[in-house]
Design a protein around this ligand. Structure first.
Ligand SMILES: [Zn+2]
Length: 447
């Protein structure tokens, strides 16, 4: 068998290193095709265009895309309610539908997305490409611990890894004991999971007294929730599993595994031939300058069944179009996803994201990996109280002196000081899927 390093750097060199001018030409051609078929084939889109007097032929350049109003998740939900079960944004004919993948729907009803055969083919190709980007090669043993079934990442990684020529262990996010066994026999070389599950597996490995050097695992890529982009979490995963850790991004409405880091770890590379990426100001909707932080707005260039024209993701990122040191020309988001608007916490006039708390908690060796952000209501004043709950791994974390140190570090990061509570190791529940780290116990006003 060939060694991983004997294979070339790129999966699809002609696409991945395409000069930007040519790439943009391809994007424009595909955008025009998509806009036209959405206008002609979807009443949902046609109504939105007609309302502002916009015609498909008004989209003459890539920049013209800003004329199209962004579509939000709430609008898609409303559309599904009014036109059940799938809404009128399904453009492909019924006989072309192959798979249903609703969003996880942590808040509100899930948005249904559908894949046609051609959608599956495109997703398979781009996932093979993103897997290759962070180092997967033929012959690798892939422990696919992303959830299978309705969730998008399990299926796409399965298809993509098979396409490359890997041996796939389709275990999903279950059977932790078996996961540890597979690390040893047959000896998985690549782990795909959520970052919380990766940390959980690392903890189990440690408890069993198996050192990371005893298992052949060499790389892992983690997505589905925040984590792998946080340096302190990345370090914990790398040390706990003895691997090189990479960051992955995708979402049900747009598609799974559509942006991943390369070996330079200089941001997540987008599959720009399939998805048009914009970053816009959250209040004005104006396009941000390269490097500026804003909301990710994504447009499907090739999706057949449920195409999204300017989908407002609620995720924050920045964008750079500079060619990466790896030679890829596709745009990158340095630092990955910088915040998810749905998770934003407003406290004492400041706003922050759970990911910032994670960064602080995991930078302390005295604390465990797990944490919670508890929101409560102050008995007397009725004001919100935010408490960061973490587990100690070293006794000194229980001292007042340590708690004050932790509070100062949190203040530095969040610009506001939460309360802190240190609990026994193992108190906070570990999850095998997406971790829910915000506990909202506030007294809600009933109107
Ligand atoms: Zn790169």
């Amino acid at each position: 068998m060939k060694e991983a390093k004997e294979y070339g750097e790129y999966y699809a060199p002609e696409i991945e290193t395409m000069p930007r001018e040519k790439l943009e030409e391809l994007q424009l051609k595909r955008l025009k095709w998509q806009v036209k078929r959405c206008y002609e084939g979807s009443e949902f889109y046609r109504e939105r265009f007609d309302k502002i007097g916009l015609k498909p032929e008004d989209i003459k350049t890539l920049d013209d895309i800003v004329k199209i109003p962004p579509v939000t998740k709430d609008e898609l939900r409303e559309e599904q309610l009014n036109h059940p079960p799938f809404g009128r944004f399904v453009v492909a004919p019924r006989e072309d539908w192959r798979e249903l993948h609703p969003s996880t729907g942590t808040t509100g009803i899930p948005v249904n997305t559908i894949w046609t055969q051609r959608d599956i083919e495109n997703i398979t190709e781009w996932t093979a490409r993103t897997l290759w980007t962070f180092g997967v090669r033929p012959g690798d043993i892939i422990q696919n611990s992303f959830s299978y079934g309705l969730w998008v990442a399990g299926m796409s990684c399965h298809y993509g890894a098979e396409r490359i020529g890997c041996f796939v262990l389709p275990i999903g996010a279950t059977m932790t004991e078996r996961q540890i066994e597979y690390f040893q026999r047959p000896g998985s070389t690549v782990l795909l999971a959520t970052p919380s599950y990766a940390l959980y597996l690392a903890e189990k490995l440690r408890q069993k007294g198996i050192s990371p050097e005893q298992i052949p695992l060499r790389i892992g890529c983690f997505g589905g929730e925040a984590g792998a982009e946080v340096p302190a979490s990345r370090k914990k995963i790398e040390e706990g599993l003895g691997i090189d850790c990479y960051d992955y991004y995708g979402l049900a409405e747009i598609g799974p595994t559509c942006a991943s880091e390369c070996r330079e770890k200089a941001g997540i590379h987008w599959v720009e031939d399939h998805i048009l990426v914009e970053v816009v100001n959250k209040d004005t909707g104006q396009r941000c300058a390269p490097g500026e932080i804003g909301v990710l707005v994504l447009t499907h260039l090739t999706k057949e069944a449920t195409p999204m024209l300017r989908y407002w993701t609620n995720d924050y990122a920045r964008l750079t179009f500079e060619k990466c040191a790896c030679g890829r020309t596709h745009a990158r988001s340095p630092g990955g996803i910088l915040g998810r608007a749905d998770d934003m916490i407003i406290y004492k006039g400041e706003n922050f994201y759970p990911i910032q708390v994670e960064k602080v908690v995991r930078s302390f060796a005295e604390l465990g990996d797990e944490y919670r952000i508890r929101l409560t209501t102050h008995e007397r004043t009725g004001a919100d109280v935010v408490t960061v709950v973490a587990e100690y791994v070293k006794e000194e974390a229980k001292t007042e002196e340590f708690k004050n140190r932790l509070k100062r570090a949190l203040r530095e990061e969040l610009a506001v000081t939460p309360e802190v509570e240190i609990v026994e190791p193992g108190t906070l529940e570990r999850t095998e899927f997406k971790a829910k780290r915000i506990e909202d116990r506030r007294k809600k006003e009933i109107l």
